[in-house]
Write a protein that binds this ligand. Structure first.
Ligand code: HEM
Length: 462
């Protein structure tokens, strides 16, 4: 599956593009003469673009709160989720949706309620019903350690943890930097190209191939499997149309990987994920479905999330030229900017748990077996936990205090690796390119799980 990249002209046909490119540069674009003071700049230019579907979704956010169904992927595809969650946090922080495409479910929208749920894994299980609001069909289950509770969870997590230990990350840094430089040096100049395809996908796929020690020339298979593993089969441009088709492709993935797994098992233990799984006591004898599930977890975990932080970070900077100028003037702010990008983008929209017993939160009675969805996108905009949360501020205090990596026993294994990749990207990007013009709005993924950008047209002068 290849993303069908919208050209700027096709976006214009659909009324989605701006007449003026949004730019950012060392001096916020002012000296480059475009846009002129009369024309909308940065965020304003992109926000001025007409999107009737988004307008309709935003208007519905002032309707009766009982009717809210925040699991609708269209809310994320059109970036219309903000006002829904603002109302839920204020008026109904433990909201029940009795009917949706995914069945009935509870929504937690406040930062502190999400944290409290994350740490109480005995009450809010990942194993009973999985981690997404959508259920995996009973006969097509693919267990993995993110879908288990302690103690099994802890044993399997321990096996892969060394890949992201500080010492190993330090060893990986020169290779990540060298690959990042190569990708950035190869991007087109003076012509429109898709940042997602040329930079975000390429860099994250290279990284995945590295941590799996997967054949370099076949690395795009990893991207394909990852896209298949997380897509919403109901999306118009979904790479697969049914859960059965998804299962078949993931079975093919397991087939390809099992050859490598066997090779690694016969060899001495090495520092790549497949070798770790092949030698780990808790993982070396996994049944096929569990092998499929854990591979998909590690591929999606290391791919879609970081990819979208790379695209979303560029977009956020172009929408906030003042922050971009601040970063250029103070490159020591890069680590802090990276954390703010990850909060701002919130690449994983939600995680779901299932109540293992009857429980009450803020007076609402949740029954054993009910789905409880923790909306990270909302927690990361909770004004009670984060100061001025709707502003993108690269030097905000306590910048690592966000929910994008989750919390508790399942807190993202790869968080330091993701931060490292993003730090290197910005360290290499700033001195290389004086200006990157974002030429039109992003095309976003139809998904309530991955906050994805499918394409982002840009141009780099020079
Ligand atoms: C778990 C987000 C990068 C591997 C998670 C969770 C979130 C998350 C929200 C679930 C946390 C919870 O339930 O409390 C992100 C974001 C990333 C990122 C936003 C990038 C910006 C990575 C990378 C890897 C990775 C690079 C590669 C190794 C995993 C794994 C888990 C996980 C294996 C399961 C952990 C467990 O269940 O114990 N991630 N992730 N992630 N992530 Fe990441």
């Amino acid at each position: 599956w290849r993303h069908s990249r919208p050209t700027l002209s096709s976006a214009r046909r659909e009324g989605l593009s701006s007449p003026t490119p949004a730019r950012f540069s060392r001096d916020t674009g002012a000296r480059h003469g475009i846009p002129s003071p009369q024309q909308p700049q940065g965020a304003n230019a992109l926000n001025a673009i007409k999107n009737p579907r988004r307008d309709a979704l935003l208007a519905a956010a002032s309707g009766p709160i009982e009717g809210f169904d925040v699991s609708s992927p269209a809310l994320y595809e059109h970036q219309a989720w903000g006002p829904y969650f603002a109302r839920l946090r204020r008026e109904d922080p433990v909201h029940h949706c009795p009917e949706s495409r995914f069945g009935p479910y509870w929504s937690l929208s406040r930062y502190r309620d999400i944290m409290a749920t994350e740490v109480d894994h005995a009450t809010f299980s990942s194993e009973i019903g999985g981690i997404q609001v959508i259920d995996q069909p009973k006969d097509l289950q693919r267990p993995s350690f993110i879908r288990t509770d302690p103690p099994k969870h802890d044993e399997q997590r321990k096996v892969v943890q060394p890949i992201v230990a500080p010492g190993n990350l330090a060893k990986m840094e020169p290779l990540i930097r060298e690959r990042t430089r190569r990708v950035l040096d190869g991007v087109p100049r003076n012509e429109e190209f898709d940042w997602v395809e040329h930079v975000s996908i390429e860099l994250t796929t290279l990284m995945l191939a590295t941590i799996f020690d997967f054949p370099y020339e076949e690395r795009r298979k990893l991207t394909w499997w990852s896209d298949v593993a997380i897509c919403d089969v109901a999306a118009e441009d979904s790479p697969v149309r049914t859960e059965e088709a998804r299962f078949e492709i993931l079975k093919e993935m397991a087939g390809t990987m099992s050859g490598l797994f066997e090779e690694r098992r016969k060899g001495p233990p090495k520092f790549d994920l497949l070798s770790m799984l092949a030698h780990g006591e808790a993982t070396r004898e996994m049944p096929l479905r569990e092998f499929m599930g854990n591979l998909a977890l590690l591929i999606v975990g290391g791919n879609d999330t970081t990819r979208n932080s790379m695209s979303g970070g560029l977009l956020a900077m172009s929408e906030n030229p003042g922050e971009m100028a601040k970063l250029r003037a103070n490159p020591e702010l890069i680590p802090s900017a990276v954390s703010e990008i990850i909060r701002w983008v919130t690449p994983v929209i939600h995680m779901r748990r299932t109540a293992s017993r009857d429980v009450e939160i803020h007076g609402r009675r949740i029954r054993a077996g009910d789905k409880v969805v923790m909306w990270y996108v909302s927690g990361n905009r909770d004004e009670e936990a984060i100061e001025d949360p709707d502003s993108f501020r690269i030097d905000r205090p306590k910048v690592r205090q966000h929910l994008s990596f989750g919390f508790g026993v399942h807190r993202c294994v790869g968080n330091r690796l993701a931060e490292l990749q993003l730090r290197i990207l910005w360290e290499e990007l700033l001195p290389r390119f004086e200006q990157i013009e974002v030429l039109g709005p992003p095309r976003r993924l139809y998904s309530n799980f991955i906050h994805g950008i499918r394409s982002l047209p840009v141009r780099i002068p020079g």
